[in-house]
Design a protein around this ligand. Structure first.
Ligand SMILES: NC(=O)c1ccc[n+]([C@@H]2O[C@H](COP(=O)([O-])OP(=O)(O)OC[C@H]3O[C@@H](n4cnc5c(N)ncnc54)[C@H](O)[C@@H]3O)[C@@H](O)[C@H]2O)c1
Length: 271
């Protein structure tokens, strides 16, 4: 009987696998007998992989070039790389949203029937309903530079930090794009983790303050999620085990969002 969680005979592309969640994912995929792993990152990964294509995902031309360099088929594309607001807003929007979108659309023809696109979003994107009109306006813009110009003029007025907005875009883009991709037989989903024990957390402590991060951890079951605990959900969504799961932003947050939605989160720690 075929193991639906196995990556045997499957070729994958993972962005951002030098450290953190992506590094945990390539370790896990090797345990799941993956056939071929291509990593796109600025830094070389030390974990198991077959091809490393050094790519700065904040650079539109580099992203377009690397799409041509990737050998198909790509059974699963993991858009995982991300940066915090310790980087300039244009870099955050480019790496977290524009590169993810450009890779998804540029590689779609290389993804065979029953393949998958899996995005690493965040609970930080959970407030998307408050900005849906503006998010849809931006998603309607096709070009990389035109999208950045839109954010240059609109982001400040929205009153939302670039990182949070980028993850709102990823959540809505995941839902919106899942319709056309499933028509092609390709599922598109995301994971939305709460704070993770990775190097990026130090950047969030700078950009979001220790107070906000510590409050979030306390209200999220009292501990950080591990990179491996996020990687297992990414691997599930990219595998045939999730064959009928599409257009889902899957929270990996020990119920933080459920508690928010049902009014059980204590905000007094933020006062
Ligand atoms: N750490 C958290 O608390 C947290 C919480 C929710 C979601 N996330 C998301 O998880 C994903 C993985 O982040 P992580 O926590 O493992 O962080 P990380 O910093 O450990 O990993 C990010 C990876 O992306 C790569 N990267 C960064 N900039 C790049 C660029 N311009 N081009 C190519 N590669 C680049 C890094 O080299 C690294 O390998 C990100 O999308 C992040 O937004 C993180």
């Amino acid at each position: 009987m075929t193991n639906p969680y196995s990556y045997q005979d499957r070729r994958v592309v993972v962005t951002g696998a030098a450290t953190g969640v992506g590094a945990a994912l390539i370790e896990l995929l090797a345990e799941l007998d993956v056939a071929h792993v291509t990593v796109l990152d600025v830094k070389a990964p030390s974990g198991p992989h077959d091809t490393f294509l050094q790519t700065d995902l904040s650079d539109a031309r580099a992203v377009r070039d690397v799409i041509r360099a990737i050998d198909g088929p790509v059974h699963a594309l993991f858009n995982n790389a991300g940066v915090a607001d310790t980087q300039p807003p244009r870099t955050v929007l480019s790496v977290n949203y524009l590169a993810l979108r450009t890779l998804s659309e540029g590689l779609l023809d290389s993804i065979p029937d029953a393949g998958a696109i899996v995005n690493t979003a965040s609970t930080a994107g959970g407030q998307w309903p408050a900005h849906l009109e503006q998010i849809n306006e931006l998603l309607d813009i096709d070009g990389w530079d035109a999208a950045l110009e839109w954010t240059d003029t609109h982001l400040l007025g929205l009153g939302v930090a670039p990182y949070f907005f980028s993850k709102e875009l990823v959540q809505v883009y995941t839902m919106r794009s899942s319709r056309p991709t499933i028509r092609r037989g390709v599922r598109t989903n995301s994971v939305c983790p709460s704070p993770i024990d990775t190097p990026l957390l130090a950047d969030f402590r700078v950009s979001m303050t220790d107070k906000l991060i510590d409050w979030n951890i306390t209200e999220t079951n009292g501990r950080l999620v591990t990179a491996r605990e996020v990687a297992t959900v990414l691997a599930f969504l990219g595998s045939p085990a999730a064959a009928y799961v599409n257009g889902v932003n899957l929270n990996v947050d020990a119920g933080f969002n459920a508690a928010m939605t049902t009014g059980q989160v204590d905000f007094s720690g933020l006062a």
